[in-house]
Design a protein around this ligand. Structure first.
Ligand SMILES: [Zn+2]
Length: 435
């Protein structure tokens, strides 16, 4: 089989843009050569002239709900618990196809029901659908009284079912839950530690005890699985970092102590600003003549209560934004990933999350590092085989029109993502035919 030779393009290797004139050669499923020297090609080889385009590692989405999406006209507050598993499987397959179309070659799951992630991973490996490499996540472990359990409008989430959430109370139940779900093929365990993020005011107390968190990490790591935690609270971030949680989601109220502990533990953080930005925008545009704001803190909530809550949410978001430069400077492993699948932020809208970080002061080049190198670090695969263009690494590669290290919005239009290789296999190809 011939090689693929990429010439004349901009090469972003996951960290920096390589000097002009760099040629990249792919042989079988690996990057065989990255060189500034001329490469001799044979009649078997395919040469791609990438003038005006960028070659880069495939994107890694580190907070991916495979089951979030439109279910039969219901907006997604149902979070995949209102429809049968068969239907949810089709949503997952569709989301996987969308991810590939937008240049995502790896995902880390972030809670789902009915073994959706595990099933999706198998289906992709068997060729039943196209999709990225999947690190399958468990259901979301929630303590009784979690907001996902407690309020009037989400009462059904607390009923024993096979959907998104699983009740866990005490270390023995946690041990059992992790053993069962990892045993079924999940490779990352999701915990719900504390309330809030973008829509609710974040209190400085947690749903889960330190002992439960430590038990989840011990059991998961013993089985070579990772742990991630929905954790907006300051106290929870500190406990998660100390316990060795691998991915801390949202981390809204992180303080200096938390940053230090997160850097020391090597945990990754998904700041996931898009949800917050979209939620606040949606709330600001809500006409109360149509009734109470529909994504409230329980129900009913008066307009005055909603407005007070949203003012608090906004203030906390501004605090989070103020901590972002500190996290970047300290070297926190920041990664991409957000709650795509809600009506206000459909799967595929990944460029808008990137744009949010740029709008809050992060250079586009750095956001691209989050999306490639840092994502591979979160998977435990950086320096091993993913997230960079370097000799010997797996050929998870994109050819993108334009320069995403200057303008992340090239990812808004899937027509700009012209070639997607995963493990050397073409997933999408819009490049003009080569002579
Ligand atoms: Zn989530």
């Amino acid at each position: 089989m011939g090689r693929s030779v990429f010439v004349n393009g901009r090469v972003f290797d996951g960290t920096e843009v390589l000097p002009a004139g760099t040629t990249v050669v792919v042989e079988n499923n690996r990057i065989a050569k990255v060189t500034s020297a001329p490469v001799e090609t044979g009649s078997d080889d395919t040469v791609h002239d990438l003038a005006g385009k960028t070659l880069m590692p495939g994107l890694v989405q580190c907070h991916f709900h495979t089951g979030f999406g439109p279910d039969a006209g219901n907006p997604s507050p149902y979070l995949g618990q209102a429809m049968p598993p068969t239907y949810m499987g089709m949503i997952a397959a569709k989301n996987a196809q969308i991810a590939i179309d937008f240049g995502v070659t790896s995902i880390i799951g972030s809670s789902n029901g009915d073994l959706l992630d595990v099933s999706l991973k198998e289906a992709i490996l068997l060729g039943l659908t196209v999709g990225p490499r999947v690190i399958p996540c468990t259901r979301e472990m929630i303590a009784p009284g979690d907001s996902a359990d407690g309020d009037v409008r989400s009462w059904y989430m607390g009923i024993e079912h096979t959907g998104l959430t699983r009740h866990v109370s005490g270390v023995e139940e946690m041990r059992l839950a992790v053993r069962e779900e990892v045993g079924r093929g999940c490779q990352i365990v999701k915990l719900s530690i504390s309330d809030g993020h973008g829509s609710q005011i974040i209190p400085d107390w947690n749903y889960m005890s330190e002992e439960e968190i430590v038990t989840a990490v011990d059991e998961a790591h013993n089985r070579q699985a990772m742990v991630r935690a929905h954790c907006p609270s300051r106290k929870g971030i500190i406990q998660c970092a100390k316990a060795g949680v691998d991915i801390i989601d949202h981390a809204d109220m992180i303080d200096e102590e938390g940053i230090e502990l997160v850097v020391a533990s090597g945990a990754s953080i998904t700041p996931s600003y898009l949800w917050s930005v979209r939620y606040m925008g949606f709330a600001a545009s809500w006409d109360y003549a149509n009734g109470p704001f529909p994504i409230g803190n329980g129900f009913p909530e008066t307009q005055a209560q909603t407005e007070t809550r949203l003012a608090g949410v906004k203030e906390q978001f501004e605090y989070s934004v103020s901590m972002l430069p500190k996290m970047r400077a300290a070297g926190v492993n920041l990664v991409l990933g957000d709650d795509y699948g809600f009506a206000m932020m459909p799967h595929g809208d990944y460029a808008s999350e990137m744009e949010a970080y740029v709008n809050y002061g992060t250079p586009a080049l750095e956001v691209m590092q989050w999306g490639t190198r840092n994502g591979a670090k979160a998977m435990g695969r950086h320096g091993v085989d993913l997230g960079e263009i370097a000799e010997g690494k797996l050929a998870d590669l994109l050819v993108v029109e334009g320069d995403p290290t200057e303008d992340v919005l090239v990812f808004r239009n899937p027509a700009n993502i012209q070639l997607v290789l995963k493990d050397g296999v073409v997933q999408k190809d819009l490049l003009p035919a080569t002579a």
